[in-house]
Design a protein around this ligand. Structure first.
Ligand code: FES
Ligand code: FES
Length: 295
């Protein structure tokens, strides 16, 4: 017959097996069980287990875990919500700033209609005027036909940019001309509309100088030539002395109008003679200058 005494581990295992059936017993309670075994034997441990002396820690731990988790989750959710809100606000601010940058607004005075419009730099001038119901000349809407020309004081490059331009020369734009169908405002300015670069001007070919000038109908031929620095014979500048005579092919009455004439006979004018100091062009023509009827 064996007289060996069980080891402490064997006693612990025995005590564990004698707790209530179906209840899980973990080894975290072993110290407590050891104390009870030493006091009252294995049966005491079983009774203590059935009375629930080992339940508190087991029950409390999950409660604590459960209690902590929702709070943490809620805090996390709130943080996420806050972050989303901040991002949404940031996005809205960014969008607003982008819109402000994109939509610069300028005051454009349409002299013909005696109105000033606020025009964004995104809208071509033509459409701002059409939106008002104003009558505007245009056709291609692509910067090609020149029907929509208008004019500002000074260099148009300073106040507009053309999205497209296949009609105007650089010199014309520098002289204030623009195409309303493709011109976008870049500053405040006043605009003459429904006018064209060749309105009121005629192309005069000065044969002696081998040059053709666009001469305004309001300007006498003599002064257009003098503006170029060309040497021209003249004296009285009032149609009396006959020093400024010149000649066209055909009847001069067909292409010029004399503001004053106290020198030439009607027949001479019909024969092509004119006085450059008082003659204004009414059509395009070629002109011989510094010649006289009695040469
Ligand atoms: S409508 Fe043709 S160039 Fe503007
Ligand atoms: S300058 Fe005398 S008639 Fe022209």
């Amino acid at each position: 017959m064996s007289t060996e005494r069980p080891t402490s581990e064997e006693r612990d295992d025995e005590a564990t097996e004698q707790t209530c059936p179906g209840r899980p017993c973990d080894r975290s309670d072993l110290n407590r069980r050891r104390v009870l075994v030493s006091i009252g034997g294995v049966g005491t441990v079983a009774v203590a287990g059935c009375m629930g002396l080992f339940e508190d820690e087991e029950d409390e731990a999950p409660e604590d875990d459960t209690a902590d988790e929702p709070e943490d989750d809620t805090a996390d959710e709130e943080t996420e919500d806050d972050t989303e809100d901040e991002e949404t606000e940031d996005d809205t601010e960014d969008d607003d700033e982008a819109e402000e940058e994109e939509a610069a607004i300028y005051d454009v005075e349409f002299l013909e209609f005696d109105e000033t419009l606020e025009v964004t730099d995104e809208e071509a001038l033509l459409y701002a005027a059409l939106d008002e119901g104003w009558e505007m000349e245009y056709s291609c809407e692509a910067g090609r036909c020149g029907q929509c020309t208008a004019r500002v004081d000074g260099d148009a490059n300073d106040v507009i940019s053309h999205e497209e331009n296949h009609y105007l020369e650089d010199e014309q734009i520098e002289d204030g001309w623009l195409l309303t169908c493709t011109a976008h405002a870049e500053d405040d300015f006043a605009l003459e509309t429904n006018i064209h670069p060749d309105d009121g001007t005629n192309s005069i070919e000065f044969l002696e100088f081998d040059e053709t000038l666009d001469v305004d109908e309001d300007q006498a031929l003599l002064y257009a030539a003098l503006d170029e620095g060309w040497e021209m014979e003249y004296s009285c500048e009032s149609g009396r002395c006959g020093q400024c005579t010149a000649r066209v092919d055909g009847d001069a009455n067909d292409v010029i109008n004399h503001e004053e004439n106290h020198y030439l006979e009607d027949e001479q004018i019909e024969d092509g003679w004119l006085l450059t100091c008082t003659a204004h062009a009414e059509d395009d023509f070629a002109l011989e200058t510094n010649i006289h009827p009695d040469d």
